[in-house]
Design a protein around this ligand. Structure first.
Ligand code: SF4
Length: 381
């Protein structure tokens, strides 16, 4: 019987993982380390320890590394190879991801490139243009969010990034051959300023890389009406909406600040508009999976797929600094049962499943793209 790597990934995301000092020896020099560009996903902070951002299972599945020093899952080096154990049982080999060369370089203005952009998974160049969210000052941040405490704990990225430096990092990273997609995001702030900033960044990246349109996604505060057109005209291929929770009442409760500025209904109206402009499959709706019942989550998958949106459902991490720190996510079994139903709904809807702007290698904290990849590979319909 073949190994079920998606099940292993679900277990690792829900239970967290730890690693021996020997296994971590080359993280930060030979292998890619976490750099906390926006949120922290570990179950506990690790200020003085370099940990991998993510790692690979034998079939190429990318798994986010979420430190839990009490986890039954443990990565150790044995005979020069990294092995994943569950208690004493050997599960499979794993691989850290190579550290990009640009992590050691500086921009022409002398800033360390790693403090400006980071690689998510194996191929997604990530820029956070704003480590600030206005909902924190009114104590109305989303209950699962630890943006402020992560930034204070690690202080590892430049808070203000020069636009030309972002373009320079993009050029160097692209030339290195690792990047297939880009992701631009930040916390919520005044929409007009954000639109100007993000569209300027996209244009600058195009100038530096010479790309006509950038494969990847901008994920700003919910884009509305004319702003959607401005983002499209800037030259990015896809746009994202962080809707977070599908069930309207739970959304209002879990995201008190965001739901006051963008209602559930408004999200849907704008996502539909964005699909008309960016095209089927080029609008991504980000949901946090594990904070609402399976039924309402799947209703969301159905409605969103039917209007031509793609969904990226992150497996919730009850991380330090968020209001839900110390809570527990649903079981891995719950995630597996729900995500297979979600994949079936997406496939039946006929929505475009393209890896042009986001793929299973872009991040390690969602399961849907892994299931879709396998089902499509196996010819499921
Ligand atoms: S909108 Fe919510 S999830 Fe996004 S940065 Fe603000 S508090 Fe965090």
């Amino acid at each position: 019987m073949s190994t079920d790597y998606i099940k292993i990934k679900a277990e690792l995301l829900v239970e967290g993982v730890r690693a021996s000092n020997q296994a971590l020896r080359d993280v930060g020099s030979k292998f890619k380390e976490q750099n906390h560009g926006l949120f922290g996903w570990d179950f506990e902070n690790h200020i003085d320890t370099a940990l991998p951002d993510d790692f690979l299972l034998p079939d190429g599945t990318v798994v986010q590394f979420r430190l839990n020093s009490r986890s039954k899952y443990n990565i150790q080096e044995t005979s020069g190879e990294l092995q994943l154990f569950c208690l004493e049982d050997k599960i499979c080999g794993v691989q850290w991801i190579n550290r990009p060369k640009f992590y050691s370089r500086k921009t022409s203005s002398g800033d360390e490139m790693i403090k400006i952009g980071q690689i998510g998974g194996e191929d997604c160049l990530f820029f956070c243009y704003q480590n600030y969210c206005s909902h924190f000052s009114s104590e109305e941040q989303c209950l699962f969010c630890n943006l402020v405490s992560t930034s204070q704990a690690y202080n590892s990225v430049l808070k203000k990034k020069d636009i030309e430096s972002i373009g320079e990092v993009a050029k160097v990273a692209w030339d290195e051959g690792m990047v297939n997609h880009i992701l631009l995001t930040g916390g919520c702030f005044s929409s007009q300023k954000e639109t100007e900033l993000v569209t300027d960044i996209v244009k600058t990246i195009r100038k530096h890389t010479g790309l006509e349109r950038i494969p990847g996604t901008v994920l700003p505060s919910p884009a509305k009406n004319d702003d959607i057109i401005k983002y499209y005209d800037s030259g990015i291929k896809a746009i994202g909406y962080s809707m977070e929770i599908w069930d309207e009442k739970l959304y209002n409760a879990i995201c008190p600040g965001k739901s006051k500025t963008t209602s559930h209904k408004e999200f849907l109206v704008q996502i539909e508009k964005a699909v008309k402009i960016f095209g089927n499959g080029n609008v991504f709706c980000v949901l946090v999976m594990g904070l609402e019942p399976s039924d309402t989550f799947l209703n969301g998958i159905k409605t969103l797929s039917e209007i031509g949106a793609s969904i990226v459902p992150f497996v919730w991490s009850p991380n330090p600094g968020s209001k839900l720190a110390g809570h527990r996510a649903p079981s891995a079994e719950w995630y597996i049962n729900t995500i297979y139903k979600a994949a079936e709904i997406v496939i039946k809807s006929g929505a475009s499943i393209s890896d042009e702007n986001h793929c299973y290698r872009c991040d390690g904290n969602s399961l849907l793209h892994d299931v879709l990849r396998n089902q499509l590979k196996n010819g499921s319909n």
